[in-house]
Design a protein around this ligand. Structure first.
Ligand code: AMP
Length: 605
């Protein structure tokens, strides 16, 4: 599939039977009959896995109906199957969690007990992705007719294979995209529906900085052919264009002379890129001239045949919508898919749809889905489960309600809490459309206050609004709850682009706005002095790129799946941000009247 969404590039093969019309008709049928399709999907999963140890242990006794399934199987998190997963990784070939042989493990970017979750993947997982991918690409093709009549569209795809490791049993483990890119066949597949602008060796490299430079170089060299610009998550498209602002002269030299800059030292990447380049002074002049005009709309200006930008802009990626619009000009920003290492779940079928309020349509035959209804607590910051009847089926969800999604797959997950909060936005036929709200467990907390990712994002957005007036721009942010100081306090890291100098007076004001904009428990903690003044730490430009490099190399997670950590808990990442800090500002003490309003003894209105 061309430049698709999260967890979507497991395999490029389009070996789905049926013509395009038949595939679309089938999709209409399953979405019109979502409830029946769900029951049938569950029945098939339980039938196929009837002898699986996990199901036997819970007393399902080969039954395949929904009632027995719900009565016997508990709703779980990864911790409940960690031992089984380790047995499989160590070489147990029996039907521990699923009947189908496990082909590989996907290393989720989510963690359990501080370690990456290892999710078993089977041939079924691969087929589901292929199927959903085909449907999604048909929707897109209908909405965006191609301008060129070449065999396959050329995509400037910022893909990074990342590292894999082997479990004791010899199974490969890596991020979903890593396993896909490194799978036999990806490279030479005749069936890939798109062509990457870069040679595949660039994707397979191990140095993100060199790879990113080469993706830019090759994409620009083939700029007249490129029809889509994509990356799984939006950070990975914004970052290369920020890089372009710094390296465009080197890129132009390379295109003019048919050379590869010396910063690319990996011999395989160099050789592969050198092979496609030959001197093109005219193109170099054109790119140079466009870059010199500024960065607004640069993608549209440099790539005349691009139809859209494809990535995922929701959840923690929302802050990249604005910078992406800046670079993209009038080109549509399309959201791709919503899925995970555990399962492909949904895709954005609204073409183009709104980048910053994406709705993903759930495919009712990909897995059996349940939803735990959640409400925000009175402060609006924590998700609380509804106490009664709180778990509902796919077609029973209500528009506007927020839910945690629970998955049952054919690859060994039964009533598994994915950990994501989704909001139902509507229906496509009888299957729901959902917006990604946030990952449930990403919180800042010093005391009884709890700040989720969405709230943090809103507060940062509010506090950074005045930056533009002082010619400063917020590029990145992250945070951390400093529990070592007395009392503990929130630390917010900002990476800024300052076109002149840092306006310290204004940053002090921003720091105060940050400190006064969090939830009620936070404000009460501040008033009661159980939470100390907030710290705003300004880091050097490029610090977040270093953070990404470190995370990717430490975790062995493919850079394609990297999401900026909005809350840093890992000591190595924290050290980077602290080392890169150039100035810190502490928020001012609360004025007396504010203190009084929030003091624990004050009456709550
Ligand atoms: P991973 O386990 O590394 O495959 O990451 C999957 C997680 O990425 C999901 O559980 C979500 O938290 C997040 N994610 C996936 N798709 C999207 C999307 N379209 N928008 C925002 N976040 C997403």
């Amino acid at each position: 599939m061309a430049a698709v969404g999260a967890g979507s590039v497991e395999s490029p093969f389009f070996d789905i039977p049926g013509t395009d019309e038949e595939v679309m008709e089938d999709f209409e049928r399953i979405t019109r009959n979502a409830r029946e399709v769900q029951l049938e999907t569950l029945r098939k999963i339980l039938e196929r896995n009837r002898d699986v140890e996990y199901l036997q242990r819970h007393g399902l006794d080969r039954r395949t109906d929904e009632g027995s399934f719900k009565a016997c199987l508990p709703v779980i998190t990864f911790a409940a199957i960690q031992d089984e997963v380790e047995r499989i990784a160590d070489g147990d070939l029996g039907p521990v969690l699923c009947a189908e042989p496990v082909m590989s493990f996907a290393l989720s970017s989510g963690t359990s007990g501080g370690k990456s979750k290892m999710i078993p993947r089977t041939e079924w997982s691969r087929q589901q992705i292929i199927k959903a991918g085909k449907i999604t690409s048909l929707f897109r093709r209908r909405a965006f007719p191609r301008k060129r009549d070449s065999d396959k569209p050329v995509v400037m795809m910022f893909g990074y294979a990342g590292r894999q490791f082997e479990t004791k049993s010899g199974l490969k483990a890596g991020a979903g995209t890593t396993n896909a890119y490194r799978s036999a066949g990806f490279r030479n597949s005749k069936f890939t529906p798109f062509e990457m602008a870069s040679p595949f060796d660039v994707v397979l490299g191990y140095d993100v900085a060199q790879q990113m430079y080469c993706h830019l170089l090759c994409g620009l060299y083939r700029s007249q052919e490129v029809e889509q610009v994509g990356a799984i998550f939006a950070y990975m498209i914004v970052e290369p264009f920020r890089l372009l602002e710094r390296v465009w002269r080197d890129i132009c030299t390379d295109i003019r002379e048919g050379t590869v800059n010396e910063r690319v030292s990996d011999p395989e990447i160099r050789a592969a890129v050198e092979e496609i380049l030959s001197p093109n002074p005219e193109l170099a002049d054109f790119i140079e001239c466009e870059c010199a005009k500024g960065w607004s709309g640069i993608i549209e200006r440099l790539f005349p045949n691009v139809l859209y930008i494809i990535s995922n802009f929701s959840g923690s990626m929302l802050p990249y919508v604005a910078p992406m619009r800046h670079y993209a000009g009038s080109l549509p920003l399309m959201n791709g898919a919503y899925g995970s290492s555990e399962c492909w779940i949904a895709a954005n079928l609204d073409c183009p749809g709104l980048a910053d309020s994406a709705s993903y349509t759930i495919f009712p035959d990909l897995a059996y889905f349940e939803f735990i209804s959640v409400n925000r607590d009175s402060a609006g910051s924590e998700f609380v489960e509804d106490s009664e009847n709180n778990i509902v089926g796919l077609t029973d969800v209500k528009v506007g309600q927020e839910y945690e999604i629970v998955l049952t797959t054919n690859a060994g997950l039964y009533r598994y809490r994915q950990g994501d909060i989704l909001r139902v936005t509507g229906f496509y036929n009888s299957t729901p459309k959902v917006a990604f709200v946030c990952r449930k467990n990403v919180v800042l907390s010093v005391n009884t206050d709890k700040t989720d990712e969405e709230e943090l994002q809103l507060v940062v957005e509010k506090a950074s609004q005045q930056l533009k007036e002082a010619n400063m721009e917020l590029l990145e942010f992250s945070s951390y709850a400093d529990h070592d100081s007395q009392p503990g306090h929130y630390v917010i890291f900002w990476e800024l682009r300052s076109h002149e100098h840092l306006d310290m007076g204004l940053l002090e004001e921003c720091c105060t706005v940050l400190d006064r904009s969090f939830n009620d428990p936070y404000m009460r903690g501040r008033a009661a002095l159980t939470i100390g003044p907030l710290e705003l730490a300004i880091v050097k430009e490029g610090a977040f790129a270093r953070l990404m490099h470190q995370f990717v190399s430490d975790k062995g997670i493919g850079a394609s799946q990297y999401k900026t950590q909005r809350c840093v808990t890992n000591p190595a990442s924290l050290k980077i941000l602290k080392d890169e800090t150039i100035v810190t500002i502490r928020s001012q003490e609360f004025p007396k009247e504010l203190l009084a309003a929030w003091h624990p003894s004050a009456k709550i209105a």
